[in-house]
Design a protein around this ligand. Structure first.
Ligand SMILES: *[C@@H]1O[C@H](CO)[C@@H](O)[C@H](O)[C@H]1NC(C)=O
Ligand SMILES: *[C@@H]1O[C@H](CO)[C@@H](O)[C@H](O)[C@H]1NC(C)=O
Ligand SMILES: *[C@@H]1O[C@H](CO)[C@@H](O)[C@H](O)[C@H]1NC(C)=O
Ligand SMILES: *[C@@H]1O[C@H](CO)[C@@H](O)[C@H](O)[C@H]1NC(C)=O
Ligand SMILES: *[C@@H]1O[C@H](CO)[C@@H](O)[C@H](O)[C@H]1NC(C)=O
Length: 433
């Protein structure tokens, strides 16, 4: 397996050809792995209905949002600081860990990467409190929509919640890419929708010019697998990115407009960022236009991979054992392109959403994850002798691991929603009194 998308790639990816590959590999893993190692999910039913046990480690004071400076603190800018209390679950207390992210099982020798927490500049971000989260989720539903990094986040959330209670499997299909869980005592539903491009996609050639598949992407239509079902949810967390370097043919208004490394005669080669921007725009616009959707949408920003010393398929690996400080690295190349597109498209869509009384938020994990080259499975996502496509996984995140902090962010944002709606109510009353 060479370059993911053909020889002509050099013409169009002047910026960071390297990164394409890194990213490209993701799809491979993302695509191939979910089919295997899923047996754990099937045992879930056996483990359900553990009565929630009150844990002494959660105090009422954790429930408050503490600000050391002001309310406008940007929780997404900060540093990782030591946290001797971590981790909050292990592979023996949580069955939801995906095989390839069960790093301790496969012999990861170090545990320091489990002992950090995110400290925003100017305020505190409390560690996730499962009881508080579940309390807020009473009678609510939450969907994860996107690729396997989104699934990674959902499994992290299930594991964090397993400190309190386990869900039961209420999936309506045996397809592992579309799971549905219920926390019965809270009447809380958690669902996952596999949609790595978010837009409508047809897998036209499972081989493609470079054996990583060739996809037709309909950049102005969302993937109906989630698009038709999302209205029922109170919260939706969207993500996409890693798959957009794959060989793809782009369609708009059902007309072929170009492609990414498709090597088809007379088809214009466009950068991955073209397809990505159009796709994100379509997705946010569609959600803004969903008549019956009353929920809150979170666009989760790109989580960078960390291959060093080579490309993903040329010996690249992630062997660092501690986080970067924010002054040691910056986002660049294709990762920066993706992030910029997300932020720009988010801002544009947010304006529209406000006009329509919709709620759209940015779950801006990029900077925090950029600083965690130590958090990936690397070669500890499988046995050493196993023949896997992505031998060194520097894309996904070990569980437990730094991705657990995404739930800290999420809970914090949910609390802010509570405040925000309170304020809006007060404003409304003031206006009319
Ligand atoms: C959990 O990790 C330990 C190493 O810390 C390993 O020996 C064990 O097999 C793992 N168990 C499961 C269920 O993954
Ligand atoms: C959840 O729904 C039930 C039944 O509709 C209702 O009795 C209960 O008050 C609701 N709880 C919350 C926290 O909304
Ligand atoms: C569960 O929540 C839904 C809303 O999501 C509500 O319609 C239903 O009545 C609740 N059921 C129970 C048993 O509380
Ligand atoms: C490609 O375009 C050229 C010039 O317009 C044309 O002569 C040729 O037939 C086209 N090839 C295909 C396969 O459409
Ligand atoms: C980065 O910041 C840390 C303090 O957070 C400091 O100790 C270190 O010297 C700085 N490194 C560089 C390369 O500026």
């Amino acid at each position: 397996m060479e370059f993911p998308c053909g020889k002509n790639s050099n013409n169009t990816s002047q910026r960071t050809p390297k990164i394409f590959i890194l990213v490209a590999l993701t799809f491979i893993i993302l695509g191939v792995i979910p089919l295997h190692h899923t047996s754990k999910w099937y045992h879930a039913k056996d483990l359900v209905n553990h009565q929630s046990k009150k844990s002494p480690t959660y105090h009422m004071e954790d429930m408050e949002i503490k600000f050391t400076e002001d309310e406008t603190c940007d929780i997404f800018k900060g540093e990782w600081i030591p946290n001797p209390d971590g981790p909050y679950y292990t592979n023996t207390t949580c069955w939801a860990i995906h095989e390839h992210q069960n790093c301790m099982k496969y012999g990861r020798p170090d545990t320091d990467f489990l002992k950090w927490r995110w400290k925003p500049k100017g305020c505190e971000l409390p560690i996730f409190n499962p009881y508080q989260f579940l309390d807020m989720m009473r009678n609510k539903s939450l969907a994860f929509v996107g690729d396997s990094v989104g699934r990674n986040q959902m499994q992290s959330l299930i594991c964090l919640l397993s400190q309190a209670v386990y869900p039961i499997d209420v999936s309506t299909t045996p397809d592992e890419n579309f799971k549905r869980w219920k926390y019965t005592s809270y009447n809380f539903t958690l669902a996952t929708y596999w949609s790595p491009f978010l837009v409508k996609m047809k897998d036209t050639d499972s081989d493609g010019p470079t054996k990583t598949g060739l996809f037709n992407l309909y950049l102005d239509e969302v993937d109906e697998k989630w698009g038709n079902q999302i209205e029922e949810f109170d919260y939706v967390i969207l993500n996409a990115g890693h798959w957009f370097t794959r060989c793809s043919v782009y369609y708009e208004k059902n007309q072929l407009v170009g492609c990414r490394y498709c090597e088809l005669p007379n088809v214009t080669d466009l950068p991955s960022s073209y397809g990505y921007q159009r796709a994100i725009r379509t997705v946010l616009k569609t959600i803004n236009n969903l008549e019956n959707f009353k929920g809150i949408t979170f666009l989760r920003t790109f989580a960078p991979s960390h291959f060093e010393g080579g490309e993903w398929n040329k010996g690249g690996n992630c062997v660092r054992r501690k986080p970067f400080s924010s002054n040691e690295t910056t986002l660049e190349g294709f990762h920066l392109d993706l992030y910029t597109i997300q932020v720009e498209e988010f801002k544009a869509a947010e304006k529209e959403s406000k006009k329509k009384g919709k709620r759209l938020r940015l779950l801006d994990t990029t900077q925090a994850m950029l600083l965690r080259p130590d958090g990936h499975p690397s070669r500890y996502g499988h046995w050493p002798n196993e023949n896997v496509v992505l031998y060194n996984d520097c894309v996904h995140w070990c569980l437990p691991g730094p991705i657990d902090s995404w739930s800290d962010f999420l809970l914090h944002m949910l609390k802010l929603e509570g405040r925000r709606s309170h304020k809006e109510k007060l404003q409304f009353i003031k206006q009319w009194s």
